[in-house]
Write a protein that binds this ligand. Sequence first.
Ligand code: UN1
Length: 513
Amino acid sequence: ASDFGIDKALKQLNLSPVNDGTSTGSNTFGNGELLTSISPVDGHEIAKVSTTTESDYQKVMSSAEIAFKEWRLVPAPQRGEIVRQFGEKLRELKEPLGKLVSYEMGKSYQEGLGEVQEMIDICDFAVGLSRQLHGLTMHSERPGHRMYEQYHPLGIVGIISAFNFPVAVWAWNTALAWVCGDVCVWKPSEKTPLCGVACQNIIAEVLKENDLPEGISCLINGDYKVGEMMTSDKRIPLVSATGSIRMGKIVAQAVAARLGKSLLELGGNNAIIVTPDADIKMTVIGAVFGAVGTAGQRCTSTRRLIVHETIYDKVKDAIVDAYNQIRIGNPLDENNHVGPLIDELAVASYNKALKAAEAEGGKVLVEGGVLTGENYESGCYVKPAIIEAENSFEIVQEETFAPILYILKYSGNVENAIALQNGVVQGLSSAIMTNNLREAERFLSASGSDCGIANVNIGTSGAEIGGAFGGEKETGGGRESGSDAWKIYMRRQTNTINYTSELPLAQGIKFDL
Ligand code: UN1
């Protein structure tokens, strides 16, 4: 992989053959066994990262607690200045970090760069936000009283992230949490531990340059047991977790058992509705990028295409045609559209889904399969597949993290399509391709899409950071990133101040002594 500049990128990111996966600021001390990061691109070992033991974890938490006491008193706009500097470093390191994301995770280099761009964008957003952590003022019902609300820092935020966005999801959480005055403890996916170390190295340098306490940014590593240390830890008022519905239910229960807050970003089963007067060219771009981009491993990936019967054949032919142009191969080579899946486990679930879809009566329109031979030695490269299916198939109801697109047919009016689109347990992203105002507005209305994201004439993936990101139903209900998503990272306090020499009670209650 050295021909794609990986060695240079690793050097620029201060990564070594063996890295410490436990750190507070720049202080590192992981004692757990070593995780090996294997690139799905070529099957080579990239480097090792040590995991976090129980006693390492306790050290991390004490540093985080100490850091929070200081950080919460730094004025929010000054905290914003730190996030601005972090964003500057990300601009400088966009290429090596984008390359590492591409090599460790397997998404295309363009998408790796895009992911780092999301980090930069959220930093910019957070810097502005640092002067806008507004509460409201209210008029008191009592004379000579003033009421207002304010938002205070919450404490230690635990972040559990997934392999598919190994750097951006952390940044969406941390950039906001930091300007809000919180400190963060991050457990990245075991499948992309180097991305975690690289990010920690970047922020650690910023913290050091500004003489800020260890523990504003902490990194821990390991399997679900390390995650459990956080979910059961009362010192962590908020756990933000991205991953499967199965994982989210476990996290939610553990955090709720101690009445903590959780912010969940779980599975999607995203559909594009294609109506009779949709622009076919736009539909093809949106659907194909949505289905095969990141090899179908985004939680916003397009999994279902719900096409009206009158244009069904036309859309089907255009999409199948586009699939024939797709180039699968090394994601660092910019001529390729689709890289590998993350690992062999993912390949197995891809194969299982294809089999299940056929067993339930699905008709293969574009055949799948695992690629072998030269350049596919890692065993993780698969062909994007299209299957004509029914929404009621069990496999269509599930999220398979792979490039499998199910095409479903609808007839009659757009309500029928909306019913299919909503007829799954997940509720993350959705889209309609239409030039018909009535259909578009119906799709966006109270009886329309039940998802957290609903788009018109764009696909389901590739959300901008300015909006709140997240979904309903079993997607978990959390919102990250833009709009007022920052509020979950703070505690709200209502204040009533009496500036008279009387003490009237609310609701007109008389209590004479
Ligand atoms: C994810 O897949 O976990 O909207 C996040 C998108 C990206 C983020 C996806 N901005 O596709």
